[in-house]
Design a protein around this ligand. Structure first.
Ligand SMILES: [Fe+2]
Length: 537
């Protein structure tokens, strides 16, 4: 039985194909059409999924969409009416789109796919919950989902047991951690729904100077529930701006114009805002742990990509283990809605655990040779993997920046060793070299390390044998290793680790192993090909 999951029409469109309860393929549309965070129908991603399975759309038994459009429309309509006439511009902008397309999502999907099959609609936060719990290794676990907004829900928590998911509590729009973080991102002059990473990267450079002001913006209770003070926000009546003039008065400066210099003020805002978001996440998780008594927690939603908050949840809230799959944001909704339909609606047993991120297309040697010839790029072909690994490890050790392209493309925003820039984590100049020459990005953003799992605890303050395969956890680099790994040790002494195993990372594992044998340090820099606003070459 085939189930096709689809997420689209907001941001990060994606598709996932499940066969008899096993994930066969999953990918984001942006990787095919090279438009970052593409929101339209994921036509190429769907085509890829079907091709990977060797089937046509008629062979698909169920099609599952990652939210309920009518409920979402209801929220938008109610929000507009509640603030009328302030919301006039919002009405003018959003209504034609809804009336023309978004209310007819079922028909659009059928038309795009060339099928008349019924579409199943899964509530957005249930799709997030399913995207983490149903593919986790846990028979039962607490579940926390946090994002900007789905239909109405912005934060939800509950329990997953077997194939059942029960949501116990939710927080609704306009009160939203995701939108609070987006407001901070926009205020700092970064692009919303894209550059939230930059806030997290900038935060360690600042001080908690503006915590008190943020406490006026958001009221956080002991159980982690919260309310935004809507005087400081505009997202109920503007599609353009999230924060209000009063927000700018409160913090004492207008929004940073794009491409102007970042200074201490911006660092302190990033630091204080990140701390506030961490506080909400940690208090929520501590409360959920207390109330559910569960040992494990599964997290999803865009805020689930906040790896600093994730690590604190694991350290401070009583949970023994944590699972977050790599496409924690909206593209992962495609994965979630497919598994929700298969496991929870159809009540089929869970038989799949998402142990790696490699669910996208791969290419044969011949296809790669053809592509290289077409670009006119010089290349040598190395048939022996052993030689390939030796030569590549030597290049990395010699200070070269290596583009590493092999195997199946990663699902989710992280490069995890299939489409990665790999370099020497021991070289103190390497961060500046990559930033300046290859990525053209801000110097404050950290580079992440990939480390052989069996050595991870020697370099990072994490237990021996712990899995962190998706770069969604940020332990401290052991103090004695700061000088050994200067290129991946962030300002606050942390590193966004990817643990790598032979079983799930194959050739990438063997590359780092070869590099470790050559240098004595089985750790490399791993960063993506993406540049600031577009995909790199
Ligand atoms: Fe979401």
């Amino acid at each position: 039985m085939y189930v096709l999951g689809i997420s689209c029409f907001y941001h990060d469109a994606g598709a996932a194909l499940v066969k008899d309860g096993q994930l066969l393929a999953a990918a984001e549309e942006e990787r095919f059409n090279r438009q970052k965070h593409y929101s339209g129908f994921p036509k190429l991603a769907v085509e890829y999924c079907l091709k990977e399975a060797g089937i046509a759309i008629d062979d698909v038994d169920y099609i599952s969409f990652y939210e309920k459009p009518i409920v979402k429309f209801n929220r938008i309509l109610e929000t507009i009416l509640a603030r009328w006439p302030l919301t006039y511009a919002n009405w003018v902008r959003s209504m034609p789109l809804w009336l023309k397309t978004k209310l007819h999502i079922g028909q659009i999907i059928q038309r795009e796919l060339g099928t008349d099959k019924d579409i199943y609609y899964c509530q957005h936060h249930l799709a997030h919950a399913a995207s983490t719990f149903l593919v986790s290794p846990f028979p039962e676990a607490a579940i926390i989902t946090v994002d900007g907004v789905g239909e109405w829900t912005t934060t939800a928590w509950g329990i997953g047991r077997g194939t059942e998911i029960v949501i116990n509590k939710e927080i609704r729009f306009p009160h939203s951690v995701g939108l609070l973080f987006s407001a901070i991102t926009a205020y700092l002059g970064f692009r919303v729904n894209d550059a939230e990473w930059k806030v997290m990267g900038l935060a360690p450079y600042g001080k908690p100077t503006y915590i008190d002001q943020f406490r006026q913006v958001v009221d956080i209770r002991e159980d982690g529930s919260f309310r935004l003070n809507m005087d400081y926000f505009m997202h109920t009546h503007s599609t353009e701006k999230i924060f209000s003039r009063k927000w700018e008065e409160l913090f004492g400066r207008p929004q940073r114009p794009k491409d102007t210099e970042l200074d201490e003020f911006h660092e302190d805002i990033a630091h204080s805002g990140q701390k506030i978001v961490e506080e909400i996440m940690v208090k929520t998780a501590a409360h959920v742990h207390k109330v559910t008594g569960q040992k494990s927690v599964c997290i999803a939603g865009g805020v689930g990509l906040n790896c600093v908050a994730n690590w604190r949840i694991l350290q401070e809230t009583g949970f023994d283990s944590i699972f977050i799959q790599p496409a924690a944001g909206d593209s992962g909704g495609a994965l979630g809605t497919a598994f929700y339909l298969y496991n929870t609606v159809l009540k089929k047993p869970r038989e799949f655990t998402m142990m790696h991120a490699y669910w996208g297309p791969s290419f044969t040697d011949d296809e790669i040779k053809t592509a290289l010839k077409q670009t006119g790029m010089k290349y040598t072909y190395q048939a022996s993997e052993e030689e390939l690994l030796k030569q590549t490890a030597r290049m990395i050790a010699d200070g070269k920046v290596v583009g590493w392209f092999q195997g199946r493309l990663e699902f989710g925003p992280r490069a995890l060793g299939s489409r990665s820039i790999v370099a020497d984590a021991r070289n103190p100049k390497m961060k500046d070299i990559i930033n300046a020459k290859v990525k053209f990005r801000e110097a404050f953003r950290p580079f992440a390390p990939s480390v052989l799992k069996e050595y991870a605890h020697q370099y990072f303050e994490m237990p021996a044998g712990m899995d962190a395969p998706f770069m969604l956890l940020v332990p401290k680099v052991r103090p004695q290793m700061h000088n050994v790994l200067p290129a991946i040790t962030h300002k606050d002494g942390t590193g966004r680790v990817q643990t790598v195993t032979e079983e799930y990372n194959g050739r990438y594992y063997r590359l780092i192993k070869t590099f470790g044998e050559l240098t004595g340090v089985p750790v490399v820099i791993n960063t993506s090909f993406t540049q600031t606003d577009r995909f790199g070459g």
